[in-house]
Design a protein around this ligand. Structure first.
Ligand SMILES: Cc1ncc(COP(=O)(O)O)c(C=O)c1O
Length: 350
């Protein structure tokens, strides 16, 4: 372990950014792969690197086809719009990204009504509560068409038996089922299963390359040939038809080759962080909440505000709030975690 410097920054040193796993920067080898990518015009389906990435991800997740999108938000949007028509409805978690954090895109751009319900403590949606929200076939109501789940949700993988139950439920109720799998690979690594053991329960899955996998840009929507053709049209409409996108897809292929298994390191580092932070009585970290690369910290508003400022002066960036989410990733190692813990010791005991 390196000896941590507990004084405020006086010289340049590594910044430790724990706000999100989206803050990673592509390293030299990933940039090299991007520079050397074979490219073509992807709107004409001429870009060999995009085609390779789409085929690779579709194969990995057990789908007929995949579509490269600029972001997870775009993958979810074109997915929901491909399942639902104007006047249809999707059932979704109250704090799900596909409801709360995507600027209302499905409603604004797709005229698709969300029906949010509260997540359970284990990040599932209670299927009885979902059933109670399905609208009867009646001209007064939107047509309930789709159930959206999220994995991981708040850093928690959905229990595998639940996925099978949710899929059977959707079939029985004649609903489609979509997964926002922005961090699907975190779930798979944590649960020690192949990603397709999770994805095969769904009609469509959105997966991100630019979170824990460390690519600068890009997500994929996976589904049937028919669904993906429909999604390709929506993607064009929302301005996501890219040209020489192989430069970006090459980063994604590099990420799939090099950055999946190592997610276990991020999970270990998050566990190390959670264990270390539990030593401070001022902080509360719910048992069992840290399962992958996220640690959720509860404390008073005044404490988190002062801690945020203290850490920032020491090159450690967090986003403090009512609940503070600390996220480990490719650019944070075990020594960095020890530096964070040493700085917290200085704050609470210094
Ligand atoms: C669970 C989840 N889904 C979807 C997204 C959207 O991804 P993007 O930022 O690429 O639009 C995010 C982004 O952080 C996310 O956390």
């Amino acid at each position: 372990m390196t000896t941590p410097d507990l004084t405020a920054d006086t010289e340049e040193r590594k910044t430790i950014d724990l706000r999100s796993d989206t803050v990673t920067r592509p390293g030299a080898a990933m940039r090299q792969a991007m520079a050397e990518a074979a490219v073509g015009d992807d709107v004409y389906r001429d870009d060999p690197t995009v085609l390779e990435l789409e085929a690779r991800v579709a194969g990995m997740l057990g789908f007929a086809a995949a579509l490269f999108t600029t972001s997870g938000t775009q993958a979810n949007l074109v997915g929901i719009m491909s399942h639902c028509a104007r006047g249809d409805e999707y059932i979704v978690g109250q704090t799900a990204h596909t409801y709360r954090y995507e600027a209302g895109g499905a409603a604004v751009l797709g005229s698709i009504q969300p029906q949010p319900i509260e997540f359970e403590a284990d990040s599932t949606l209670d299927l009885d509560k979902v059933a109670a929200k399905i609208k009867p076939d009646d001209i007064h109501f939107a047509r309930t068409r789709l159930l959206c789940l999220e994995d991981t949700q708040n850093g928690r993988p959905l229990p595998l038996p639940y996925l099978a139950q949710a899929a059977a439920f959707a079939r029985e109720k004649n609903l489609r089922i979509h997964l926002d799998g922005a961090r699907l690979f975190n779930a798979a690594v944590s649960q020690k299963v192949a990603a397709r053991e999770i994805s095969h329960h769904f009609d469509s899955v959105a997966v991100c390359l630019s979170k824990g996998l460390g690519a600068p840009v890009g997500s994929l929507l996976c589904g049937s040939d028919e669904l993906i053709e429909q999604a390709r049209r929506w993607r064009k409409m929302v301005g996501g038809g890219l040209r020489q996108a192989g430069i970006l897809a090459a980063a994604g292929l590099y990420a799939l080759d090099h950055n999946i298994e190592r997610l276990a390191d991020d999970h270990d580092n998050a566990a190390r962080l959670a264990a270390g932070l539990r030593r401070f009585p001022e902080l509360s970290i719910p048992e069992g909440a840290q399962q992958t690369n996220m640690v959720f910290v509860h404390t008073s508003e005044a404490t988190i505000a002062a801690l945020t400022t203290f850490l920032e002066a020491r090159g450690i960036i967090i986003r403090g709030g009512a609940t503070t989410r600390l996220v480990t990733h490719l650019d944070v190692n075990a020594d960095d975690i020890d530096r964070v813990l040493a700085a917290c010791t200085a704050f609470f005991q210094g």
